[in-house]
Write a protein that binds this ligand. Structure first.
Ligand code: ADP
Ligand code: MG
Length: 394
């Protein structure tokens, strides 16, 4: 799905024009209402900076949380405006009402920036309502979508508005997502290794199915591996498993053949709280009163060796309960192996909400860390993302 991007627009199409930009400012807020983590705001800066430098007036749209179509003061974008002002080093105007706001957008100076209140305060947003989309469209002269994380939703600010305001193009963040989740993984430099983990197979079946024909190897970790262990008749004790997915795991093993690599062993403990009693066991020796919480050292080394031989690596899903050290070590080892592979010239792509959280602060060491969460997985599954489809073809 190659899309026209901001870079494709002639400079004259930007100068003095109002750029209506859908961004993802769905940031975590601290108890005092301030922005707890500005990663997503910083991710939009290249697009905002480019527009300002080319004389555009920048009007930003985003949702925050799930206010269910009516105003919720706790989910206002006002705190984001303060963060954004610091990051762009310029005043940012706040538009509380989209109807009255059109006049304010016309008064913005060239290079000026405004943020509309949380679009989900209005019911028309999630209904993809054409009327609400028209209200939004009146806030700009052309449209840019830089919110990959909501591109899998057909909402007024991601889909309907893109049909009303032309040109409708991808921002730099969406452009990167399409390049690295799309082209790089569709026509990968080989060997192509995928590393999949996380809690459940059920949420990842379509990703596994989509990746299997493309990859040279698929390494499985996380709780997902335990369902595969059951499929080969290993006991998994108290581990998190999906017993109703064992047949599916069997079918995947049969289809994948030697492409599918399971852990050799696991770090097990009686419970997360009893980490002091943890030990490493071979994957066919999991005690009945213990649960798997991470991949073991032998698996880390094995996975590392596979990853270092790859020229393209895609990673989704933690290898263990990384939120609770010491069960983060397998996840860290895989992250380190990707970084090492990247230094040796491999393209390394990380996708998924928890996986991105696991490498927070280290993003620059990977070729691409998707900000997409659910959207990145749907994209990999080959699904059409309405917010991307609505943009002009390149
Ligand atoms: P992503 O958001 O990157 O797609 P998932 O949501 O699929 O990843 O999975 C992340 C969750 O999987 C984490 O909360 C992690 O604690 C959990 N997890 C990983 N391994 C295990 C395990 N062995 N037992 C229980 N939970 C696990
Ligand atoms: Mg998750």
């Amino acid at each position: 799905m190659t899309r026209r991007t901001l870079r494709d627009l002639p400079p004259g199409a930007l100068d003095g024009k109002r750029a209506l930009v859908r961004v993802d400012f769905n940031v975590p807020l601290a108890a005092d209402g301030s922005v707890a983590d500005d990663t997503r705001i910083r991710a939009t800066l290249p697009t905002i900076k480019y527009l300002r430098e080319h004389g555009a007036r920048v009007v930003l749209l985003s949702h925050l949380g799930r206010p269910k179509g009516s105003p919720d003061p706790k989910l206002s974008l006002r705190p984001v405006v303060r963060s954004l002002e610091k990051l762009v080093g310029a005043p940012v105007e706040f538009i509380a009402d989209p109807v009255a706001g059109a006049a304010a957008t016309r008064r913005l100076p060239r290079g000026g920036v405004a943020v509309l209140e949380n679009v989900r305060f209005w019911p028309g947003e999630e209904q993809n309502d054409p009327e609400f989309a028209r209200t939004l469209a009146a806030l700009g002269d052309f449209y840019v979508n830089d919110a990959f994380g909501t591109a899998h939703r057909a909402h007024a600010s991601t889909e309907a508005v893109a049909h009303l305001l032309k040109p409708a193009v991808a921002g730099f963040l969406v452009e990167r997502e399409l390049r690295y989740l799309g082209e790089a993984l569709e026509r990968p430099v080989r060997p192509f290794v995928a590393v999949l983990g996380g809690a459940k197979i059920s949420g990842k079946i379509d990703v596994i199915e989509a990746l299997l024909p493309r990859v040279d190897q698929i390494l499985i970790g996380g709780a997902m591996a335990s369902t595969f262990f059951l499929a080969v008749d290993f006991g998994v004790g108290q581990s998190l498993v999906e017993r109703d997915k064992v047949d599916l795991a069997k079918a995947l093993i049969a289809r994948a053949g030697s492409k599918l690599i399971l852990p050799r062993g696991a770090v097990v403990a009686p419970s997360l709280a009893r980490a002091a009693e943890r030990r490493e066991v071979a994957c066919d020796q999991i005690p009945s009163d213990y649960a798997v919480f991470d991949i073991d050292e032998a698996t880390r080394l094995d996975f590392r060796a596979h990853i270092l031989r790859a020229k393209t690596v895609f990673w989704n899903g933690p290898m263990g309960v990384f939120e609770t050290p010491p069960f983060d070590q397998g996840t860290r080892a895989v992250g380190d192996a990707l970084v090492e592979a990247g230094k040796r010239g491999a393209v390394t792509v990380v996708g998924g909400g928890d996986s991105a959280a696991a490498v927070r602060g280290l993003e620059a060491r990977f070729t691409h860390v998707s900000t997409g969460g659910g959207a990145s997985l749907e994209f990999l599954e080959g699904k059409t993302l309405p917010g991307v489809a609505a943009l002009e073809a390149a």
